[in-house]
Design a protein around this ligand. Sequence first.
Ligand SMILES: Nc1nc2c(c(=O)[nH]1)N[C@@H](CN(C=O)c1ccc(C(=O)N[C@@H](CCC(=O)O)C(=O)O)cc1)CN2
Length: 288
Amino acid sequence: MTARLMNGKAVARTVRDEVAADVSTLVASGRPAPGLATVLVGDDPASEVYVRNKRRQCVEAGMADLHRHLPADITQSALKSVLDELATDPAVSGILLQLPVPKHLDTAALLARIPASKDVDGLTVANAGLLARGRVGLVPCTPGGVMRLLDEYDVALSGADAVVVGRSELVGRPMAQLLLQRDATVTQCHSRTKDLVAVCRRADVIVVAAGVPGIIGGDAVMPGATVIDVGIHRTPDGLIGDVRFDEVKSVAGLLTPVPGGVGPMTIAMLLANTVAAARALDERSVGA
Ligand SMILES: Nc1nc2c(c(=O)[nH]1)N[C@@H](CN(C=O)c1ccc(C(=O)N[C@@H](CCC(=O)O)C(=O)O)cc1)CN2
């Protein structure tokens, strides 16, 4: 068997077109264009690329780009003040603090300054709590993008055995919650899992977000399963994922490539969350 590749670039394009149409409708009805505040601290080259792409795609979708680039040695309290200012700025619909931040900063305390209504990354405790209760909130972008990809490729989730490899707040934990909401039987694996290969081999759907290059090979995949690779690692030979692509391609039924799979969905879903946040803020101010 050779897996069919899931084209994240194409699906992300569709999502971005939907966002641009939604923005046009908002603006045509007299509302201000949604505004996305990206906050980048320091000069990490990968983060700079991601934020540049977020800003470009935000403008292409007709939204306002409200970027802040701050020095790597900024203090916790100065950064908190910037986030507090963005939190009360009516032009800002969504706030994104690019991660990771420099080591001297306390990420959790910084995220806590972002109001849940503007948390377009879905990383605040409030939005994580809503997700855990199966209630509507802003969903983290990468797991949200994985769900959209699974739906675009008609992957059946109700009653399916799904394995999530990884338990990060950014991907693994929200991913498991989203699959559970869709009635999958979810197993979450992590660094202490006793027999990762055996657990994965039972799965209809595997989402790998371990941050370990090539951790999942062909031996861990049931023939015909859907395999989603969230990993991105830069090597001298180019980008690779958490999945050993050539091996898994000859076993799986559907597989995301790296690059061009999950990555582009992350930014597309950020834009979708920003429009959703702008709409919700607008409805609240009308209702007030
Ligand atoms: N605040 C956040 N920080 C980080 C997040 C996040 O969702 N919110 N995710 C990652 C990085 N990330 C977005 O910020 C991101 C990663 C990868 C891609 C992407 O399009 N990847 C391409 C390859 C691009 C390349 O050459 O590197 C692909 O896979 O095709 C977009 C966004 C950590 N930080």
